[in-house]
Design a protein. Structure first.
Length: 331
């Protein structure tokens, strides 16, 4: 599992992230993605080449820790985040079929497919090796989407595909911090040499203090690696995935908690993991209390001891998107 295609051990922590919002053209409010049997999700995940390790739920969401990252199912929103050599895009067609057949939603309100540039794209399955091919695949399924690249295409950059229509109008926001070149000492916590299980690693690392009060489902891989889902009321979540191996260490933090400013949360995440580099994205739509949060980032040439290398903003119909890339000076 941990070996790459060559002799060098390698694991691609960088995730592919898919978020799909469903709706009913006849306005049927009784429909709920959580009514779909687990067996159908398992069939879908087999195509993606990952499996369910653990499941947790609250009144508004079912959350799954996967062998390669996470899946979240709420009433009308489906999120699948997978790393390694998984083939996430192969899930989209069956997802649309399963949802229509076993749940009844007959329309897709919005789609977000995003990922950072892979560390080793050549080790990916053919359909994921480059973004242009991923977009061709998405265009086979959706009639009106647009694809974007933010950041430096000759260095680290981030790709997004989203639909052109009106999209989600109820409050919605997502913050992601994608971090690499992480502090070795911190990363040792996410090995079975140092921590006895997921819970122990969550406590030792301070992950439990990033957003207090979350219902945590955590998992420590053998001999190393860590994944957690944290649930909050009203469909809010956090999810953290860690590849601690030196040489290709990678951590992702994602959450949809609404905040007017994300500055404190960003500082807490950076303190917890101490990356050498990180990429920040914040989506917030017009109805979200986070809609002005980009202003708190815009003026920041530095965060903690990190220097900003790139900053871009995009204004879509409903959403405002901030992209920022920071590095720590090498001492
Ligand atoms: C699934 S976890 C978290 C992945 C996540 N996308 C990240 O941010 O890196 C991946 C880490 O667990 C380790 N690992 C150990 N056993 C694994 C397994 N059976 N499947 C996937 N990863 C495993 C990998 O080497 C890697 O360090």
């Amino acid at each position: 599992m941990m070996a790459g295609a060559g002799d060098e051990p390698f694991f691609e922590g960088t995730e592919k992230l898919l978020e799909v919002w469903f709706s009913s053209t006849i306005g049927d409010d009784s429909l709920d993605l959580r009514d779909i049997d687990r067996g159908h999700w398992e069939t879908l995940l087999r195509l993606v080449k990952c499996t369910i390790i653990s499941m947790s739920r609250n009144e508004s969401m079912d959350a799954y820790v996967l062998s390669e990252s996470s899946m979240f199912v709420t009433k009308d929103r489906f999120i699948l985040k997978t790393c390694g050599k998984t083939t996430l895009l192969l899930a989209i067609k069956p997802l649309l079929e399963i949802v229509q057949k076993y749940c009844g939603f007959d329309d897709v309100k919005d789609v977000f497919y995003s990922r950072k540039k892979f560390m080793k794209p050549d080790q990916q399955d053919r359909i994921h090796r480059n973004f242009e091919d991923e977009v061709l695949h998405l265009e086979e399924m959706f009639e009106t989407g647009s694809a974007y690249s933010l950041g430096r295409i000759n260095r680290d950059c981030w790709y997004l595909y989203t639909l052109d229509g009106e999209g989600v109008t109820k409050p919605d926001q997502t913050i992601e911090l994608l971090m690499w070149d992480l502090c070795r000492k911190k990363m040792e916590i996410f090995t079975t040499d140092v921590s006895k299980d997921g819970r122990d690693a969550t406590k030792k690392s301070g992950i439990c203090n990033i957003i207090p009060g979350v219902q945590i489902d955590d998992y420590l891989f053998e001999p190393c690696g860590y994944s957690m889902n944290g649930l909050l009321p009203e469909g809010k979540y956090i999810t953290i995935h860690i590849t601690p191996e030196p040489g290709y260490s990678y951590v992702s933090f994602e959450s949809n908690v609404p905040q007017e400013s994300y500055n404190e949360l960003i500082n807490r995440v950076l303190d917890t993991f101490r990356p050498g580099k990180f990429l920040l994205t914040i989506f917030a739509n017009k109805a979200s209390i986070a809609r002005e949060s980009h202003k708190g980032i815009e003026d920041k040439r530095t965060i903690n001891n990190y220097n900003r290398q790139d900053h871009q903003t995009c204004v879509f119909k409903e959403y405002h998107l901030t992209y920022s890339y920071f590095t720590r000076p090498v001492i």
